[in-house]
Design a protein around this ligand. Structure first.
Ligand code: GLN
Length: 284
């Protein structure tokens, strides 16, 4: 039987030949998942032989990864903003940049109680769950047009014991009817902002495996910003704010949309690579 080290070496070589980036880390993380240990703990058991069902499982995982299935879907969970989230192919894999969106809102409202927050296109629920966790008196409504995504988001709220603070709604945003007009303090969204042209050039991990409707608006990438800012005027309280994540080179266009719809005090936050990543404004 192969040992831990031998299996990692063989799998690394295999993934490398298939063109997978960082093949060694991928090989290690997949084996750590099977052995139910941390990646670095593998280094303490290099000589341990794998038993038959571990080898079978490992082969299957390596095969999936070599077909460009993202590591996170195979492992089935990710960490985001210090919390654990389940993911599957019905939801976008959380991106580190989105932590900036979450953090901006938490900082802005940490001293305010009883907020009402609407998260549009919640996907795996990362934004709703983190806001409910770190703004514990807030009431969060999270909406998504995919019922499969809503299922995952609900599981994630339960996993983090925040299901009482979040209401999930399985609906398209345009069909969503709010109970009362102008009831929200905050609208947040990380919408599908990739244009249909850019979509063709995405890496296979995204293009083939992540849900297309979570990535692209099938247009110029700006449609959701327009729809949300417009309808947002009926949903937000006076001086309520809308917070968006934006794609590279979109901040100016989104700023124009906000200004046109009478939002002011517009601010932008950059990400770790100094790219404009979050934009927000206040309804006049
Ligand atoms: N809100 C989720 C996230 O930030 C999903 C976003 C989406 O599907 N576009 O990851």
């Amino acid at each position: 039987m192969l040992t831990v080290l031998e299996s990692i070496n063989l799998s690394t070589e295999y993934l490398k030949n298939k063109g997978i980036e960082s093949p060694r880390i991928n090989a290690e993380l997949l084996l750590a998942k099977i052995l139910n240990c941390k990646r670095l703990e593998l280094y303490l058991s290099f000589d341990r032989p794998l038993v038959e069902n571990e080898v079978t499982q490992y082969r299957e995982y390596i095969k999936r990864r070599s077909s460009f299935e993202p590591l996170q879907y195979i492992i089935g969970s990710v960490e985001f903003y210090g919390l654990e989230f389940k993911v599957n192919r019905s939801v976008l894999i959380p991106r580190q940049e989105t932590e900036i969106l979450v953090e901006t809102i938490i900082k802005e409202y940490q001293n305010q109680n009883g907020l009402k927050i609407l998260d549009i296109g919640t996907g795996s629920g990362i934004i709703a769950v983190c806001l409910a966790k770190y703004l514990p008196s807030a009431k969060v409504i999270a909406i998504d047009s995919s019922s499969e995504a809503i299922k995952v988001a609900k599981e994630n709220a339960e996993l983090n014991q925040l299901n009482e603070n979040i209401t999930f709604i399985d609906s398209e945003f345009m069909k969503y009817k709010n109970e009362n007009e102008n009831e929200f303090d905050v609208i947040v969204s990380n919408p599908p902002y990739i244009s249909s042209d850019e979509f063709q050039d995405l890496q296979p991990e995204l293009r083939i495996y992540e849900p297309r409707q979570a990535l692209t608006d099938e247009s110029n990438g700006l449609s959701f910003y327009k729809t949300i800012t417009k309808k947002g005027k009926l949903l937000l309280k006076k001086n309520g704010k809308v917070f968006f994540e934006v794609g590279q080179n979109q901040s100016l266009a989104v700023k124009e949309i906000l200004v046109k719809e009478h939002y002011s005090e517009i601010q932008i936050q950059k990400d770790y690579l100094s790219i404009d990543r979050v934009i927000y404004g206040e309804l006049d």
